[in-house]
Structures are given as structure tokens and as C-alpha cells.
Design a protein around this ligand. Sequence first.
Ligand code: HEC
Length: 87
Amino acid sequence: MLAAWVHGSLAQGPSGQDLVKRLNCQACHTLAGKGGKLGPNLDKAGQHLTSEAIKKILVHPHGGMPNFAYLKPEELEAVVHYLSGLK
Ligand code: HEC
């Protein structure tokens, strides 16, 4: 199952960067140098978080992070892929 997440084709899927903007993650997180300070800075999320860890906090959040388990699987995958690539 995880392999499908990580290796799924993103060619036709939604863009993670667009989703992160649309979902307003920047209300609480700094991304590309801009955003809120309520949550941790995500500019280099991929340096210290695995794809698995990013996916986990989106669907099983804690500590003030909203739940994004309602996203479609391909949307979640795109967000995870985008954040894990920020290094
Ligand atoms: C209402 C404010 C808020 C919004 C909106 C929000 N987050 Fe968070 N997020 C948090 C907080 C607060 C934490 C810290 C949770 C903790 O440490 O327990 C967090 C933690 C995280 C983490 C873990 C970071 C780390 O270094 O451990 C990731 C990844 C993350 N958020 C991604 C996202 C994404 C992607 C979105 C948009 C889809 C988003 N967040 C929207 C508040 C928010």
C-alpha cells in the first residue's frame, strides 16, 4: 500500500504545490519563506521528515495541526510528494 503511495504516477495528478496553496497550509506554516508561525517551518520539510511521517501527520494529526484525511488519495500523495521534495 505504501509503495503505491510513493511510486504512484503523479503525471496526471494534482500539483502538490497548488494544493498546499489552496488548502492554506501557509496560514500556520512558513513555505517558500512566507507564512504563519503556528506550526513548524516546512521550507525544508524533506530534510527531516520522511514521506511516511508527512502522510501520517496529515491523516492522524496532533498538536493543533488540522486533519486532512478527507483529501483524495491522489491529492494526499501530491502534497506528500511536494513536501518531501523540499530540501
Ligand atoms: C491551523 C494551523 C495549521 C494548518 C492550517 C496546517 N498545519 Fe501543519 N501543523 C500545525 C501545527 C501546530 C503543527 C505541529 C504539531 C505538533 O508538533 O504536534 C503542524 C505540523 C505539521 C507537520 C509536521 C512538521 C514537523 O516538522 O514535524 C507537517 C508536515 C504539516 N504540519 C503539514 C501541513 C500541511 C501540508 C498543511 C496544509 C495541507 C498544514 N500542515 C496545515 C498547524 C497547522
